[in-house]
Design a binder for this molecule. Structure first.
Ligand code: KIV
Length: 264
């Protein structure tokens, strides 16, 4: 049975966790969706892990279209969520055009990084049949504004702003929220205020779902892994499919993320 937004909402209502994993090509999309990953994220992290850039800023819409098409061919029923890359959603008109291209390529949901300023776009997209995920917290496309990859929402003003952004996104019609690198207790507070499915990475265990970059959780990295990463290659049966299954099982039984993967 294909996973839809209704499936994610039902899982949330039942209190069952779900999993999200990045995928950029057909083979890995096949293996991950076969292992029970509910959401395949065609992330612009492909700029780092496939293209070798030091940020996601150079990724183009054409790159995202190509990789979404590849993932669609291998997908075995997961929900495909694709990132709008840097500066392809700067105006509402541009956003509609960029999203149309990703949806035609095979995305079921589009993801954008940003807060209250995106509310108008979220409303327009939702009205036109495009489900949106809003990515908050450490938004990698803004690395140059942040001055590095840093935990967000630690000071009271940032904390309040993130809560405001979450509520604005939900009110505008966002289907999913995704939080990256925020304190675990802030994630808990936001969970008590929003009712749409929430995915976390480096945001503690409170969210409805977890996401990891596939290369990180397979240990296929050239840099020291971030604190929130667990190597599931070591936790599985030694195969890639086994690593994906171990990840799905650990998210569902609540053993991942553990306290050591979160931030204060
Ligand atoms: O691009 C990506 O892979 C992401 C995840 C890190 C959430 O946005």
């Amino acid at each position: 049975m294909a996973i839809t937004l209704s499936t994610l909402n039902k899982l949330k209502q039942e209190g069952s966790k779900f999993t999200c994993l990045t995928a950029y090509d057909s083979t890995f999309a096949h293996l991950a969706s076969n292992a029970g990953v509910e959401v395949l994220l065609v992330g612009d992290s492909l700029g780092n892990v496939l293209q070798g850039h030091d940020s996601t800023v150079p990724v183009t819409l054409q790159d995202m279209i190509y990789h979404t098409e590849c993932v669609k061919r291998g997908n075995q029923g997961a929900l495909i969520m694709s990132d709008l890359p840097f500066m392809t959603y700067a105006t509402e008109e541009q956003t509609l055009e960029s999203c149309a291209a990703l949806m035609r390529a095979g995305a079921h949901v589009v993801k954008m990084e940003g807060g209250e300023w995106l509310a108008g776009s979220v409303k327009k997209l939702t009205e036109r049949g495009v489900p949106v995920c809003i990515h908050l917290g450490l938004t990698p496309q803004s690395v140059n504004k942040f001055g590095g990859y840093k935990v967000q929402g630690r000071d009271p003003a940032e904390r309040e702003a993130l809560i405001r952004d979450s509520l604005a996104a939900e009110q505008a019609g966002a289907a999913i929220l995704l939080f990256e690198c925020i304190p675990s207790d802030l994630m808990e507070e936001i969970m008590s205020k929003v009712s749409i499915p929430v995915i976390g990475i480096g945001a503690g265990p409170a969210s409805d779902a977890q996401v990891l970059v596939m290369h990180d959780m397979l240990g296929a990295t050239t840099r020291k892994p971030a604190k929130f990463v667990k190597n599931f290659m070591a936790a599985g049966d030694g195969t890639i499919q086994g690593a994906f299954s171990a990840y799905v099982a650990a998210v569902k039984d609540g053993s991942f993320p553990a306290a050591e993967h979160g931030f204060d």
